[in-house]
Design a protein around this ligand. Structure first.
Ligand code: CA
Length: 420
């Protein structure tokens, strides 16, 4: 297991700090009414990557100001060699042995994290969401179709997915308005038009595609094309979903919003935490076979905070519970010849674990509302209530340090009143 890389910035060396020198996640920030700049989290500060580039202290591309933009897409376009070179440059500026000139430049071009507002770290080109966690698929399948038919026959052969809406992706901290929709009536009654009564979360990881492709690519190439990861909450309207999902899959149930954490944690930072997918139950066809460890050991949890109350943990799981890696999902996505773009976002699918306390959605935690969850004494939930703040947390744990993602949070506000 790798160790902490010490920095001259002492706050980065605290074992409880999510942003040590080993991490260096990429975000977009502003201070006050200032412009949006690209930034790198280190300790309790944000390094102003746009400022460092303009000053000539650290450039990703000698010929173009790729960081003079409110997103990291132009940087991603440069490709893996440039990503590694830039990360190396950052580590030289911030390592314990850095000289005074480097330290002064970093202090000049940085701001306290606490004073910054964080924005979407990249421009989402397109958004695809998968259904590739087996515990989740078995739980949901059992609820809807019974234990015998829980997994559809294709599930163990391809990562099931659907095309979502890039326009619905929002950064952590954005309020989420409860949607209206057609809700399935009990038994065979006619549907109703009403605010969603079964609004839910889905705990997921989002993989960010950092290199374009045009035609089928291998699992290895897909792995190399992934730039980094964010936490992702796929807000889901279960009653709208139950009425609309056949025959073409989810539509409005998933289109209200998808929240992502504000820092892109790079695959370089996560490299020491690579791990294998679980044992294959059916042999995969050659084009989707595992070729190496492409999942990551990342501890994940969810907290629910009622309005005016405290936050309580309702679930804890790990990304390594996924059945398919994001590299397999991306490779599968391209089999048709589907072109992929820089900035494409791939949701992993809900990450549940084997036990009840590992379930990554309220649908599973409350078993479709039949077993309401006691969040804390006197606080019971089947689904989200107005004013609840749901937050996802994630970190990979090394020896004396962690690779933190920050939080992915959103407060559910009441549905519009005048849609009757
Ligand atoms: Ca999902």
């Amino acid at each position: 297991m790798t160790k902490l890389m010490p920095s001259w910035l002492q706050s980065a060396n605290d074992p409880a700090c999510p942003f040590p020198l080993n991490n260096l996640p990429y975000g977009v920030f502003s201070v006050g009414d200032g412009a949006l700049h690209c930034g790198v989290a280190i300790g309790d500060r944000i390094l102003d990557a746009t400022g460092l580039e303009a000053a000539g202290v650290l450039r990703a591309d000698p010929d173009a100001d790729v960081l003079d933009a409110p997103y990291w897409n132009d940087f991603m376009e440069l490709g893996p060699e440039a990503w590694a070179r830039y990360r190396d440059g950052l580590q030289k500026l911030l390592a314990e042995r850095a000289d005074e000139v480097a330290q002064d430049a970093c202090l000049k071009y940085s701001v306290p994290l606490a004073e910054a507002t964080l924005h979407m770290p990249f421009r989402v080109s397109e958004y695809t969401d998968f259904y590739a966690g087996k515990h989740h698929a078995v739980n949901v399948g059992t609820m809807f179709r019974g234990a015998e038919n829980a997994l559809p026959p294709n599930w163990l052969h391809i990562p099931i997915g659907y095309n979502g809406r890039a326009s619905s992706v929002v950064v952590s901290g954005t309020d989420i308005r409860r949607p209206w929709g057609q809700l399935k009536g009990p038994n065979d009654e006619a549907p109703r038009w009403a605010p969603c009564a079964r609004f839910d979360i889905e705990l997921e990881m989002g993989a960010i595609v950092g290199q374009a492709s045009n035609g089928p690519i291998s699992v290895d190439q897909a792995d190399a094309n992934i730039f980094g990861y964010v936490l992702l909450n796929d807000w889901s309207a279960r009653d709208i979903q139950a009425w609309e999902y056949q025959p073409l899959g989810p539509f409005q149930a998933k289109a209200t919003a998808t929240s992502v954490s504000p820092w892109i944690v790079t695959t370089a930072a996560l490299a020491p935490f690579r791990c294998d997918t679980p044992a294959r139950e059916k042999e995969l066809l050659p084009h989707l076979k595992d070729t190496g460890p492409m999942l990551y050991d990342i501890d994940l949890s969810v907290t629910l905070q009622p309005e005016g109350g405290e936050a309580h943990e309702i679930s804890a799981t790990n990304y390594k519970e996924m059945y398919y890696s994001s590299a397999q999902q991306l490779a599968h996505h391209t089999t048709s010849g589907c072109p992929m773009r820089v900035g494409d976002l791939l949701g992993s699918g809900t990450i549940s674990g084997p036990e009840k306390e590992n379930r990554g959605s309220l649908l599973e935690l409350s078993w479709g509302g039949k077993e309401p969850l006691e969040v804390a004494p006197g606080i019971v939930r089947s689904f989200i209530e107005d004013g609840d703040t749901l937050a996802l947390h994630g970190a990979a744990h090394g020896e004396g340090y962690m690779i933190g993602f920050g939080t992915c949070t959103g407060t559910v506000v009441p549905a519009l009143e005048d849609l009757d």
